[in-house]
Design a protein around this ligand. Sequence first.
Ligand SMILES: NC(=O)C1=CN([C@@H]2O[C@H](COP(=O)(O)OP(=O)(O)OC[C@H]3O[C@@H](n4cnc5c(N)ncnc54)[C@H](OP(=O)(O)O)[C@@H]3O)[C@@H](O)[C@H]2O)C=CC1
Ligand SMILES: CCCCCCCCCCCCCCCC(=O)[C@@H](N)CO
Length: 376
Amino acid sequence: KPLALPGAHVVVTGGSSGIGKCIAIECYKQGAFITLVARNEDKLLQAKKEIEKHSINDKQVVLCISVDVSQDYSQVENVIKQAQEKLGPVDMLVNCAGMSLSGKFEDLEVSTFERLMSVNYLGSVYPSRAVITTMKERRVGRIVFVSSQAGQLGLFGFTAYSSSKFAIRGLAEALQMEVKPYNVYVTVAYPPDTDTPGFAEENKTKPLETRLISETVSVCKPEQVAKQIVKDAIQGNFNSSIGSDGYMLSSLTCGMAPVTSITEGLQQGCRADSSCPLCCPDASGVFVVPILGADGKTCLRNRLSGAPGWLSWLSIGLRLRSQSPGGHHGPVPHHCSVLPGKFRQHSPSLHDAESEIGSCRQNCLILTPGEKAVSK
Ligand SMILES: NC(=O)C1=CN([C@@H]2O[C@H](COP(=O)(O)OP(=O)(O)OC[C@H]3O[C@@H](n4cnc5c(N)ncnc54)[C@H](OP(=O)(O)O)[C@@H]3O)[C@@H](O)[C@H]2O)C=CC1
Ligand SMILES: CCCCCCCCCCCCCCCC(=O)[C@@H](N)CO
């Protein structure tokens, strides 16, 4: 279910400038309450004024908190606490604070590698770590990471920057697998060059080669990038790319990232049905056992959005095969997946799967249709 932004509390790190500021404006326009997090207080207040021009009701608030997200976890944790005291639990966190420095490997100071890793990577870990427990308890939440196209491929001049942006992806993939059963969705955005103060700053020292390679993709407006990111985050899409070459780049570099939207679209015929005993929304066994298990009755849609992409494709393949004459064994509800008999015989986990799913459900909050999740 898409996240409803009206009345929601959105925290944007790096919200005082560039892409982050545009994300804050986009959310504010849709009725959210905003907390902006960045270091410079003047820039924060300036951004607050600009964002407030876009209010849609007189209850909306923009809160500003100054902190360096890359320095000290307990400081960041305090900032999140302050924000939650004023505006309630965080529904969406956007990790957009970041910076770029380029240069040839041997020309970059070692301290630049440390700096980019702490701001871009640890600066995303800390705020996320500070909001995740409450999100899981409430069974509501979105966490957005802003990587970069340079986080999908390594580029000349970006030895320090690219690696810090690749790190974000590893974090996001692992985290999505953990939190999907709690209805918390992770989005990683891979923007191209975008016309922001940060980009202007980066261009002052960019090597010629880096500039030439980057210019093969045109520069985007931050408003456009922000719109796409907010849209994907609301939808719970794991991947957020901009434009057609952004889309191609994402397809080429998708690896085993979790799949959400496209696969779910293809799985139209496999909608989760709350009347199916195996399609409970706890979905704690997100991974292999439930996919191969449940004696062919596991609903794929709930299970797979936290699993690597190729597993989804495999299962779609199996499902299509199983629908062909001869591949179908026993009575199977229309919304459930079917595994061919051959696979059943060869997988020892299959026979235990139903009981395993039964036991993993004991550790979880089980919702019956119509019931609402409440925090512990
Ligand atoms: N513009 C581009 O071409 C692209 C940008 N990106 C990524 O998007 C994000 C935003 O970029 P962009 O809008 O260009 O950047 P800007 O430099 O315009 O804005 C950066 C924001 O992050 C804040 N910030 C920076 N460091 C810290 C820190 N240590 N602690 C807290 N806040 C911090 C800044 O405020 P303050 O300095 O006051 O702390 C500012 O609000 C970055 O992660 C960047 O890597 C990705 C792809 C392309
Ligand atoms: C078939 C696929 C076509 C795609 C071609 C790929 C070309 C790569 C261009 C990468 C540009 C790097 C952008 C980095 C932006 C960034 O993060 C900094 N500006 C941050 O400030």
